[in-house]
Structure formats: structure tokens, C-alpha cells
Design a protein around this ligand. Structure first.
Ligand code: ZN
Length: 138
């Protein structure tokens, strides 16, 4: 169970640990290049990842807010608080974005273990070519 999340934190496939599964910070491959697990398991799948990202942002905010007040009470510099809060709320979702996807995938794989149809078919059969085209017959 923990290995799923450890792999996710390394931005690897939570199922097998293979990768890389990202082509850029925000772009995820459609399937794991090692085990073939389809990374978007159903339509609209990433709403869960956005929820994870929102939770991460709110956690960072609460930790920052409480820590800031504890450190500066009774005279907190509110302008500094405002500037740093805005910066955090812009930067944290961007930094956490790929982790939100892999962590949500790890969480989902624990609840719904992968089945046969979750794996992309890497060896699609080639279409059979006709022996001779109709033009050759005439
Ligand atoms: Zn994999």
C-alpha cells in the first residue's frame, strides 16, 4: 500500500514503479510505458486529482497561517502575510500538479485494483494485407 504512494511521490507509475510517465511537468502519458496501465482510467478521471490538489493547497495554507501567527503574535505583519499567502496560492498548485495526479491514481488503484481492461494493448495486431490488389487481376 505504501509503495503505491512512494512510487507516486517519485512521479512514477503507482502500479509498477515504471516511468517516466510525464512528458513535461503537466503532461501525462496516456499509459505507463512499462506495464501498460492506462493512466486516465475513465472519462473525467482527473477531477479527483484536482480535489487532491485543492486539499494540498488548503493544508499548506492552514500550516502557513497557524505557523505565521504563532511565530509573530501579538503583532503579525499583515502585509507580509498577504504577499506570501498570494505567492503560496499561486505556486503550490503548480508545484503539486503532477503529484496530485500520481497520488490520486495510487489512491484509486488501492480502492479499485487494476483489471485486464485497464492495461493498454501494446501489441495490436496488424491488419492483414490482401495478397493482390484488384488492379493486378485485370
Ligand atoms: Zn506501470
Amino acid at each position: 500500500m505504501l509503495s503505491h504512494f512512494a512510487r507516486a511521490m517519485r512521479l512514477r507509475c503507482p502500479h509498477c514503479g515504471g516511468g517516466p510517465i510525464f512528458t513535461s511537468w503537466s503532461r501525462l502519458l496516456p499509459a505507463c510505458p512499462v506495464c501498460g496501465l492506462g493512466l486516465e482510467r475513465e472519462q473525467g478521471y482527473w477531477v479527483g486529482a484536482y480535489f487532491f490538489n485543492l486539499m494540498a493547497m488548503e493544508t499548506v495554507f492552514v500550516v502557513w497561517f497557524v505557523g505565521f501567527l504563532l511565530a509573530t503574535w501579538p503583532d503579525p505583519p499583515w502585509e507580509l502575510f498577504q504577499v506570501v499567502t498570494i505567492l503560496l496560492m499561486v505556486v503550490v498548485p503548480f508545484i503539486f500538479f503532477p503529484f496530485s495526479k500520481t497520488l490520486f491514481l495510487a489512491f484509486d488503484l488501492l480502492i479499485r485494483p487494476p483489471e485486464e481492461e485497464d492495461f493498454a494493448a501494446p501489441h495490436e495486431q496488424a491488419r492483414r494485407l490482401p495478397r493482390s490488389s484488384p488492379r493486378d487481376a485485370s
